[in-house]
Design a protein around this ligand. Structure first.
Ligand code: HEM
Length: 518
């Protein structure tokens, strides 16, 4: 008994000594000018434990301490968490001091599975740019292809055409019971990849589609490099198979018949010196960018539009008002939908706000005094959790916890939400370059679905899907379970018309981020 007690005592004293040591280590290495360190209960470990709560961890700390910015200390790393909307522009202005490129290069290395030569290209210096030239020059290389104008119109025209074909096919089969998320995943994958990759689209092969869906859940394990061959075995194998298909695509010059986007991306890879299978490996990043958020965004936009009869009626009217009706044909120009359906557009933004789980990150390249006040130390990571902004009462008012379909409709006398607090497409140097392409596609999809069909839940009532298990690699949470619906043709004066869906050219983008608002 005496032996047990003394061993226990020894153990407890050891624990206490470690605790005291870590506590002092944290205090002594935390500069008073740095943002205050929080979650220090168990030094260096409490933040890791807290992060298991995902976004809730950051909103709880924001609500409890109400600090503009704070520090989380984890082993060998400082995380600076931004709460204040006003500090975001100060972070985003320091493009190379608070830089995403080194993190992007590291993430790309782990997720894409490039060769040693490809990895070197990701991090090497480029004349006139400096280190990490590959990710830094990437945005510039693809900019013309994804910015409003003829190249983007051509890519979007194809995606609109594919979406219209999907809707036509379902109209021919209606009434029909289907699982909403499953259907959207299939159809958005098809429309998006056809528009980007053209007639030799590797995603036409069902095996490639299945490989992508197997690959996606392992992204975080790959990103953090936690023994991926052990813990993300299926993902690693699926990635290899996707790379094989894309290697064939590029070697048979499939990209030459694809969009301006895939051509520009390919040219960037060649200009930066990539060769062989690395050209296909690096495409993994492009595939994740075009797919991971577009599918859940389309699902939630449709879900929020069809589950409330009043909202559905309002949105339907907006879309029908855009239709040009001749004797037997109904022509819908999606450019008109983008310009003249403010409620539908508002639901898209509210969807991205309400279901947004993304975090913008930057690495501190040299000691920096943020906003002249807060010391950020070299090597630290700045994080802007979208969920903190999206639940901010100062930015969105007391109704912030509700889904308000007209929140983003601009009208005189109504205070508009602070645009900087909308992080659906990120912001600053990492603002999503695909936002116009993706938004046009999902708006077209939902606009057509709601004018052509009625949706009824087979359970008799709508059961709002939870998102507890959402994959944190995405920016929009995926639903935990699917929603089964009975789809029938909508009864309206347009029901027996032939549908002609077009996209006229436009140099105007949609106002999707603070950067788009002039
Ligand atoms: C509704 C669908 C989409 C959403 C919600 C979305 C959102 C985002 C967000 C939040 C980021 C990160 C921003 C940050 O870290 O600050 C991002 C990055 C990116 N997105 Fe999207 N995205 C979507 C679709 C697309 C599509 C279709 C494309 C391609 C055509 C695309 C291309 C990219 C690229 C290349 C980046 C990386 C930018 C960089 O690191 O500089 N996205 N997106």
């Amino acid at each position: 008994m005496a032996t047990i007690s003394s061993s226990l005592l020894l153990g407890l004293s050891g624990l206490l000594a470690t605790y005291v040591f870590l506590h002092f280590l944290l205090m002594l290495t935390q500069n008073p000018q740095e943002p205050r360190a929080l979650a220090t209960g168990i030094p260096f470990l409490s933040p890791i434990i807290g992060m298991r709560k995902k976004g809730k961890f950051y909103t709880e700390l924001r609500n409890k301490f109400n600090l503009p910015v704070y520090t989380l200390r984890i082993p060998f790393m400082r995380l600076y968490i931004i709460n204040s909307t006003e500090l975001i522009p100060a972070v985003q202005r320091q493009i190379r001091i608070l830089d995403f490129a080194p993190l992007e290069a590291k993430a790309a290395m782990n997720v894409m599975g490039a060769s040693p030569e490809g990895r070197k290209i990701l991090v090497r210096d480029v004349e006139g740019v400096g280190g990490f030239g590959y990710p830094i020059l990437f945005d510039k290389a693809i900019h013309p292809a994804v910015t409003p104008g003829p190249m983007l119109d051509a890519m979007n025209r194809l995606s609109v055409l594919k979406v219209a074909e999907t809707v036509e096919l379902l109209a021919a089969q209606a009434p029909k019971t289907l699982k909403l998320f499953d259907w959207i995943k299939k159809e958005i994958t098809h429309a998006t990849t056809e528009a980007v990759y053209g007639p030799k689209n590797p995603f036409r092969d069902a095996k490639v589609r299945e490989d992508y869906y197997k690959f996606e859940p392992g992204i975080i394990t790959l990103l953090l490099n936690i023994f991926p061959t052990l813990f993300a075995k299926e993902s690693v194998q699926a990635r290899k198979d996707i790379v094989d298909s894309f290697h064939n695509y590029f070697t048979s010059r499939g990209h030459e018949e694809g969009s301006g986007f895939v051509k520009a991306h390919y040219q960037h890879k060649i200009d930066q010196g990539l060769t062989g299978r690395d050209i296909a490996s690096f495409e993994i990043g492009g595939i994740v960018a075009i797919m991971s958020n577009t599918i859940p965004a389309a699902f939630w936009l449709l879900y929020h539009t069809i589950t409330d009869a009043a909202i559905l009626a309002e949105c339907r009217k907006e879309v029908i008002d855009c239709c040009k009706i001749s004797e037997d044909t109904c022509t819908l120009d999606i450019a008109q939908v983008k310009a003249s359906c403010p409620v539908l557009l508002s639901i898209l933004k509210e969807t991205l706000r309400f279901h947004g789980i993304g975090t913008s990150v930057r690495i501190v390249m040299q000691d920096h005094l943020l906003d002249g006040k807060y010391l950020l130390k070299k090597g630290g990571v700045v994080m802007i959790p979208g969920v903190v902004q999206h639940t901010s009462i100062p930015a969105y008012g007391e109704t912030v916890g509700e889904f308000q379909h007209k929140r983003f409709v601009r009208s005189p006398g109504r205070k508009r939400p602070n645009p900087v607090a909308f992080r659906g497409f990120g912001g600053g140097s990492t603002l999503c370059p695909g936002r116009n392409f993706a938004s046009t596609e999902v708006l077209a999809f939902v606009a057509l679905a709601i004018v052509r069909f009625d949706f009824e839940p087979t359970k008799g009532e709508w059961v709002f899907p939870t998102t507890y298990n959402a994959n944190m690699a995405g920016t929009i949470a995926q639903p935990d379970h699917d929603v089964e619906v009975r789809v029938s043709l909508a009864t309206s004066k347009l029901a027996d018309k032939k549908w002609n869906v077009v996209l006229s050219g436009s140099d105007e983008g949609i106002q999707l981020s603070a950067e788009d608002i002039r």
